[in-house]
Design a protein around this ligand. Sequence first.
Ligand code: NAD
Length: 428
Amino acid sequence: MAGQINAFEMAQKQFDGVAKLLNLDPQIAEVLRTPTREYSFRIPVRMDDGSLRVFQGFRVQHNDARGPNKGGIRFHPSETFDTVRALATWMTWKCAVADIPLGGGKGGIIVDPSTLSTTEKERLCRGWVDVMWKNIGPRQDVPAPDVGTTPQMMGWMMDEYSKLVGEYTPGVFTGKPLGGGGSEGRTEATGYGVIYTVREAMKHLGIDPKTSVAAIEGFGNVSQYAAIGFVEMLGGKVACVSCWDRNDRTSYTYSHKDGVNPRFLLTITDQYGTIDKKKATDAGYVVEDGETWIEKDCNVLIPAAIEGHVNADTVKKMSKNVKIVAEGANGPCTPEADEFFKQQGIFNIPDFLCNAGGVTTSYFESVQNDMNFYWPKEEVLQKLDQKMTSAFHAVLNMSLKEKVYMRDAAYMVAIDRVVKAMQLRGWV
Ligand code: NAD
């Protein structure tokens, strides 16, 4: 996040490390270290009380050698240009590792959306499009929801763009609501995608899913469906989930002696991923401090809430039985945690591979928009499973062939594919 370390410097440092491993031509590396295009702009919005407020907006297009730029728009009070640059760069690698024909982009507005009324949010969304519409589009750059933005907002943005270009263009934004150009399966996509990669990791390591236990951090979009998938697809047990309690402003871990029932917990969780403590306790759940999730006895750890929570301090508390760490969240493990995993021989599924199910289904959404023909949920999820499984094996094969850690292997696969596309287009 903004504020602590400069995210863009980190993204460049990671890239430089892998460029070295790949023996990448320094001139080609120079093209990829920095985004291709960057937009910084002001958005005037008429507020409900009649006053005019001006918001700062951004869009960064990192690299579109493999296809149109792709990436979310964040509404966050501490958004910075550098955070957007870093996230756009990571999107290039995520789309490449998932082998979807898209590049990397990201956008944002410095705003706390909870301080705006619905009509003010709508005007702000339309205002972002009014500035950017000539530089986005199904063949140029396709934004999506992210932190602080919702499917409804994508619906307004798509509508504004369609009005400006004079034709219905659903494929310009993904993550739209169902019935408004959205895809079936998008809600489950990221969490189920995490589980497809865990399943493949278990096959590789010879671990029986049915006797496996997962500890999961978070109970929001990614973690809810990772928990459901772990129980229903793999037949394993989920020792605990955790969440940030918006009322107490603190986090809690929820466990149950028979393993948690994620479908039940869903019925007592609000739209922000806060579980009702009283109802959980009444149903026999043990509610503890939010940090205890990482101490539970398990063989699979799924951090799927927030960045940096698996770090030099917390890895020491992990169960000795952990064999797989599947990064559902973006950036949940610090470089110190990586070192610990390497020393202990713990298998890591890096974030931009593990949580690529979301963007893959966004890609399916734009394909369906282009065709104006929509697939049933089973078909979307089956296609997603195929994509995630083959992405996992491409990275695993690279890791085995080059004898490198999975995160480095994922970067190597991704950068290799982007460089190849640039060469084929005659750019480098
Ligand atoms: P979300 O807002 O739906 O859920 C977040 C969950 O984490 C909530 O249950 C919240 O209570 C919990 N949480 C927040 N702070 C916590 C804390 N300090 N301790 C414990 N729990 C805490 O978010 P999400 O969409 O599930 O995203 C989670 C992560 O996955 C983020 O890093 C996001 O960038 C990443 N991600 C999401 C998607 C997607 O499709 N949703 C795709 C790729 C990556």
